[in-house]
Design a protein around this ligand. Structure first.
Ligand code: DHB
Ligand code: FE
Length: 280
């Protein structure tokens, strides 16, 4: 049977790519964020995942405002990064496994998640930078990737509760696969941030801390909130934390916390990083 090893969730910000390109990951500004990945690097060396399922949100690279699926799953053997206009270097293509993706897509549709399947999918900073943070020394990402994209850019957005259910279904599908593959689940986005409007720069440390705590002990906690309530709490772009919920739900009930980092700010964002190990 396929195995889920654990979950890594992290904020994604384009300027992480700039910090890497300029080799300033260890200066006073960036150090506390990049240091949050040190325990994760050790854990990855010990656990060696074969496949990473990445819950993330596209920001206009693959889907533009005229056509935005609520949930979409990559079904390609390769995913390509392109310039998004942030001035960060593009990263080399990512290995996919179309057959494995279709197994997940079929399982999701069977469970009444009518996802879009993407046999071509460009991946943006929300996908590429978190993977680079996990394997900084590898020129090419060393694992098979499966992108699962959740709309957070054009209303209506899926509810936190629906994203949680989606993640739970993905976890069940993986664990019912007749395969020796070892899976890591990722969720990228959040924590609190707002890039636009009167509240630009808004950060809510108290909510973020409560959210981080809930991820370990009562992961469905944030699903009590509507999207409007969540946006009030964490900002218009902070709603990206629904990716964390999907990733956490894929792990199921029992987890062992390995590391948590919370550092404010990285760019305009409250930086959060978490590694939870799956316990059978
Ligand atoms: C920033 C954060 C994001 O989530 C994003 O997609 C782009 C920029 C920021 O804080 O600068
Ligand atoms: Fe974002």
């Amino acid at each position: 049977m396929a195995e889920i090893l654990g979950m890594v969730t992290t904020s994604h910000v384009p300027s992480i790519g700039n910090a890497i390109a300029k080799n300033i990951q260890h200066n006073a500004y960036w150090g506390p964020f990049f240091d949050g990945f040190k325990p994760i690097h050790h854990w990855l060396k010990d656990h060696q995942p074969d496949v990473v399922v990445v819950f993330y949100n596209d920001h206009g690279l693959n889907f533009f405002l005229d056509t935005i699926p609520t949930f979409s799953v990559g079904a390609a053997n390769q995913y390509v990064n392109e310039d998004e206009g942030w001035g960060i270097p593009t990263l080399p293509p990512y290995k996919g496994d179309a057959k494995l993706s279709w197994e997940i897509i079929e399982g999701l549709v069977q469970r009444e998640f009518d996802v879009a399947s993407c046999q071509k999918m460009k991946v943006d900073h929300a996908f590429t930078l978190p993977l680079k943070l996990l394997w900084p020394d590898e020129a090419v990402c060393p694992v098979i990737t499966i992108p699962i994209c959740i709309n957070t850019v054009q209303f209506p957005l899926p509810s936190a509760s629906r994203c949680y259910q989606l993640g739970k279904a993905v976890g069940e599908i993986i664990q019912s696969m007749d395969s020796d593959l070892k899976f890591l689940i990722m969720g990228t986005g959040g924590l609190s941030h707002q890039l636009d409007g009167e509240r630009a720069g808004f950060i809510n440390k108290q909510f973020d801390q409560e959210f981080l705590e809930s991820m370990v002990t009562h992961p469905a906690w944030a699903t009590q909130y509507t999207n409007h309530e969540l946006i009030e709490q964490v900002g218009t772009q902070g709603i990206e934390l629904i990716m964390w919920l999907a990733a956490r739900a894929a792990l199921g009930g029992h987890v062992k916390p390995i590391s948590t980092t919370y550092h404010v700010p990285i760019s305009n964002t409250a930086g959060g990083i978490m590694l939870l190990e799956h316990v059978n």
